[in-house]
Design a protein around this ligand. Sequence first.
Ligand SMILES: [Zn+2]
Length: 70
Amino acid sequence: MDKKECCECGIAYSEEELFSLQVSGNAEEIDPDDAYDWYAITLGWALAKDMTAKQAHEFARHIRYHTDLG
Ligand SMILES: [Zn+2]
């Protein structure tokens, strides 16, 4: 699958596909009532993947606001 640059932040995140699989793909389990903040959910996942705090915030912002994954 092609990793294309986000037109908002100009970055092609290699983690996006894994996030889609592991988190977005489990949205029914994680957040069945669409009640949680997906910025925070994404941030926690990114930190668990050993991103730095800065990288994790940038990734969370990207997922939450630039994609339909979060
Ligand atoms: Zn982006």
